[in-house]
Design a protein. Structure first.
Length: 302
């Protein structure tokens, strides 16, 4: 029994107890999970899942410009990434409003251009290691400054989401109501549909920027979307989906960091791989998955 307990301690707890970089990585990724996963749930409910992926690619030029100006300065890269994401979202909205293109089509075109520009900038002014670091991140390399950034973004994002919750839910499930309320009818403080949509996109961009150091610009969206999509297979109502998504994201981070430590694999892709494994299990076992949908058929046939 002692050997089993010792082995379990060495596998699950010792890396976090003995190494500060593991503790920083765990706190950073768990903080990001608590703020990003609920945003992913709203993205799926609003049928905007691909927008998260597009915006995660769109921040790369800003991060690259921050890197060119100030080197590996987290502040400069974060500010550059946030500005780039907001600019891309604004341009996509402008194109969809004044042309025949829908917002998803315009966003797809613009983010591909932004991704190509970002890779070109980093490749021309940095090394292959710099490019891989920006694209895939390194959760085990999160320093104190990066931890403070992620924790600060997580706290502010959760507070903002709590304040916006009622309006965001209404705009998600009944946008016609908000669109019908003109400027003179905003006596209840709801504002217009555009206000909630833009505020929500700002939160998405900020969380993607916060996640680029630990997960990279290509992987950060995975922690936002995979648990959110998976949670919809388990629950039909919003509140349980939010809790389930956060739980799956936190579990993915803990398991991914341990696997990365023990098997010397890249931390960001390993975390997203664990989230993918939970998604695959949900596809099979959840009430909305394959087995869950087959049970009523068996019952009726019997």
């Amino acid at each position: 029994m002692m050997d089993a307990n010792t082995s379990a301690y060495g596998l699950l707890l010792a890396p976090f107890a003995e190494f500060a970089f593991m503790r920083r990585a765990l706190v950073a990724t768990v903080s990001l999970s608590l703020s990003a996963a609920p945003l992913g749930v709203f993205l799926t409910l609003r049928r905007m899942s691909l927008m998260g992926d597009a915006l995660s690619h769109a921040v790369l030029p800003g991060v690259a410009i921050g890197f060119m100006v100030a080197g590996l300065s987290l502040t400069a890269m974060a500010l550059g990434g946030m500005l780039a994401g907001l600019v891309v979202a604004a341009i996509a909205g402008w194109v969809s409003r004044f042309t025949n293109l829908k917002e998803d089509a315009s966003l797809a075109a613009i983010y591909l251009l932004a991704l190509a520009l970002g890779v070109t900038l980093v490749s021309g002014h940095g090394s292959r290691i710099d490019l891989l670091h920006l694209l895939f991140g390194s959760a085990l390399g999160v320093d104190r400054q990066g931890l403070l950034l992620v924790a600060g973004v997580s706290n502010v994002s959760l507070l903002a989401l709590a304040l916006m919750y009622r309006g965001l839910v209404l705009e998600t499930f009944d946008p016609t109501f908000l669109q019908a309320r003109g400027p003179g009818q905003r006596t209840e403080g709801w504002g217009g549909s555009w206000v909630w949509q833009q505020g929500f996109l700002v939160l998405v961009v900020v969380n993607l920027v916060a996640g680029f150091q630990s997960l990279g610009t290509l992987m950060a969206v995975g922690l936002m979307m995979l648990p959110a999509v998976s949670s919809r297979l388990w629950h039909a109502t919003l509140a349980p989906q939010l809790l389930n998504a956060c739980a799956q994201a936190v579990l993915s981070c803990g398991a991914g960091l341990l696997l990365s430590y023990h098997f010397d694999t890249p931390s960001g892709p390993t975390i997203i791989g664990c989230a993918g494994a939970l998604y695959a299990a949900s596809l099979l076992l959840a009430p909305g998955g394959w087995l869950g949908r087959r049970r009523p058929l068996r019952h009726r046939s019997a």
